[in-house]
Design a protein around this ligand. Structure first.
Ligand code: SAH
Length: 222
């Protein structure tokens, strides 16, 4: 069945190679040298060309961030893959995403976890992502419009939380909506405007521990 009828199969092979070489390059910083097989499979399954503007489809399987509507961006496949690996998603996980954007990251997570809850602050973008995800048959993803820094109280707590817009501090509501042994990954911006991907892990007592992983560039959290 693999890649049968997939007209982007060659592009996807090349993309996987590119992501693996970027992981290899950053391996000393991150401790992740190579895609795991579940994440690689998810990257092959999700049609990224459906999540980018039609005139940019030719670039959908390059490891580049691309512009989407309203000056927002779909993150590079490397960053999506990297953040997904760091979360160490388990099949039974309930995951919260802040910053739906195109819906691509949510789709990747939906292949790995049982439920994905995603929040987008821009209503038109949320609607568009919802349409794309519905059209592609992603029934385990729930979308909502709002300020994701407040989390999603009704569905909390979460096993994993991923924020795809840069914050100046870790939103306290997100920490409190994370389960013990849960993981939260987010880009944090310092006073100089430099961004770093940060992993926050709760221990079994629920105390959060923070690790700085990688310099990055995300659009700001509003
Ligand atoms: N994960 C997305 C990329 C996100 S770009 C993808 O796979 O395509 C960051 C998104 O975060 C933008 O769409 C932006 O509008 C949204 N955003 C910014 N601040 C937010 C907030 N406080 N709550 C929810 N979404 C927010």
């Amino acid at each position: 069945m693999m890649n049968m009828g997939d007209s982007y199969a060659f592009e996807k092979d090349r993309l996987i190679e590119e992501i693996n070489s970027e992981l290899e390059e950053t391996h000393e910083l991150t401790g992740i040298a190579k895609l795991s097989s579940p994440v690689e499979k998810a990257l092959r399954k999700v049609p990224r060309h459906e999540f980018v503007p039609p005139h940019l489809r030719a670039y959908a399987y390059n490891s580049l961030p691309l512009p989407i509507d309203f000056n927002q961006t779909i993150s590079s496949p490397f960053i999506v893959a990297f953040m997904t690996e760091v979360l160490a998603v388990q099949p039974e996980d309930r995951i919260l995403e802040v910053g739906t954007g195109s819906g691509y990251q949510a789709a990747i997570l939906a292949h790995l976890a049982s439920q994905v809850f995603t929040i987008e602050v821009l209503p038109a973008l949320a609607q568009k992502a919802q349409n794309t995800l519905n059209r592609l048959g992603y029934t385990s993803i729930q979308c909502r419009v709002g300020d994701g820094s407040k989390g999603w109280v009704e569905e909390a707590p979460f096993d994993k939380i991923i924020v795809t817009a840069a914050a100046q501090e870790v939103p306290p509501d997100l920490i409190s909506q994370l389960k013990p042994l849960g993981r939260l990954i987010l880009p944090l911006e310092d006073v100089f405007g430099e961004q770093t991907l940060v992993l926050i892990e709760k221990d079994s007592e629920g105390n959060p521990h923070m690790r700085f992983l990688l310099p990055v560039a995300f659009v700001p959290l509003r």
